[in-house]
Design a protein around this ligand. Structure first.
Ligand code: NZQ
Ligand code: ZN
Length: 386
């Protein structure tokens, strides 16, 4: 296990009616930018809850509505301008990963003199940020407890992450009842996304990371148990609560610190979203089992067999047979139990014409990955996923 510093600065307020903790935001000032998406929070009452608490705490609110899934840099620019114009002290996201990521990028953009896209291209330019807080309405990205913000720029096209500890939310409200209205398709995509975060952190060749590996297996088992329950019974509190907390831990550093993972499927998926604006979790669901088959070999069979035995309860002495069966279980779960389309064509991608460009543009160097991927590997994975 490698050396690491683990610092988790986010105050997590988990459970029913925890929204009252937003009153603590008055410590950061008296004017907040409220950032949200296409209006689900107005339909399900979360908006009214939030506004009630902020009013009670004497916090005035400016609003940035209409953040897109796969938030755009243009929306970030609008938010930055609004914050400057109105003298905003803090940014409060109410929504899923898109609203939260957009808020983080706005928070970093306000004190920065240039264009916010510069910050995405060069994280070292993030020297300061407004305080960020969030109310999570969808269990998926774990953005509530990390310093990452994924922003899309359709002009390039590119979908990239700005990363800074300054962007970790100060307060995150995780009320599972706020996720009861998440539609079936987004619930499934969220489970696929949180599973992918866990896989990306699990499949490393770093030895003796037993703590991280056993925790990751526990998270995966929890997701596999509760994903189908949340689909069958959307208002099952325990299912929503377990998915919410599992999603947070999959990407808050607890299962990655010390094991030095370098991610493989996310960089591929981000190219797909950049070109075709697909739903992040669905793209990952399609890419992940193909990637697993692609990288499975004599050097990698042990962690895959361990995954099969410890997550899926597979038995059998032949590691390679267990590893293949584990990948088959993964496919069945994602495409049958969660009902996600099993290939890129099913996600609406019309042809393979951009796959070469995507492999060329992939921002995330995969040389340090579990299995380094060349340009040809990426094109082959995309071809098989299609
Ligand atoms: O926009 P509204 O009307 O709110 O509807 C949203 C949106 O249509 C809806 N929704 C959310 N909560 C709901 C709800 N509908 C009903 N009831 C609720 N309670 O769900 C749709 C998707 O929302 P979105 O925020 O886009 O989903 P998600 O949380 O999956 O976020 C995806 C974004 O996060 C990025 C992705 O790339 C993508 O841009 N990621 C961020 C990460 C991070 N910051 O660490 C890591 C991830 O790997 C990921 O890349
Ligand atoms: Zn993800």
């Amino acid at each position: 296990m490698r050396d690491f510093v683990f610092h988790a600065p986010t105050e997590i307020c988990f459970g029913r009616e925890q929204v009252s903790h937003l009153a603590e935001l008055s410590a950061f000032g008296s004017r907040a930018l409220l950032v949200y998406g296409g209006g689900s929070i107005k339909r399900n009452g979360i908006y009214d809850d939030v506004m009630g608490v902020l009013a009670g705490a004497g916090i005035e609110v400016e609003e940035l509505a209409g953040v897109e899934p796969n938030p755009r840099i243009a929306t970030v620019r609008r938010g930055v301008a609004l914050c400057r114009e109105r003298g905003v002290d803090m940014v409060l996201a109410v929504g899923g990963g898109s609203a939260i990521d957009c808020s983080k990028a706005i928070a970093a953009g306000v004190p920065y003199e240039g264009d916010p896209w510069d910050l995405v291209m060069d994280h070292s330019l993030v020297k300061a940020a407004l305080p960020v807080a969030c109310v999570v309405t969808l269990a998926a990205t774990g953005s509530e407890m990390n310093g990452n913000a994924v922003i899309s720029n359709p002009d390039i096209p590119a979908k990239l992450a700005v990363k800074s500890p300054l962007l970790c939310p100060r307060i995150a409200i995780l009320d599972p009842t706020y996720t009861l209205t998440v539609p079936r398709r987004q619930t499934a995509a969220g489970v696929a996304d949180m599973m992918s975060h866990t896989f990306e952190n699990y499949f490393t060749l770093e030895p003796a990371c037993d703590v991280q590996r056993r925790m990751a297996e526990g998270l995966l088992r929890t997701m596999i148990k509760y994903g189908p329950i949340a689909l069958a019974h959307p208002d099952d509190y325990d299912a929503r609560a377990n998915l919410m907390w599992a999603a947070t831990h999959a990407i808050n550093g607890i299962v990655s610190q010390g094991s030095a993972p370098a991610w493989s499927c996310h960089p591929i998926e981000h190219e797909l979203s950049a070109y075709y604006d697909i739903t992040h979790g669905e793209g990952l669901a399609v890419v992940t089992p193909v990637w697993m088959e692609h990288v499975l070999g004599v050097d990698t069979v042990v962690p895959f067999a361990e995954y099969g035995r410890n997550v899926w309860g597979l038995v059998g002495a032949d590691d390679m047979a267990v590893a293949h069966e584990a990948i088959a279980c993964t496919r069945r779960f994602l495409f049958q139990d969660l009902g996600i389309a099993p290939n890129l064509r099913g996600l609406g991608i019309p042809d393979e014409s951009h796959f070469g460009d995507m492999a060329d543009h992939m921002w995330w160097r995969t040389e340090k990955s579990f299995v380094p991927l060349s340009r040809d590997d990426v094109v082959a994975i995309l071809h098989d996923a299609f």
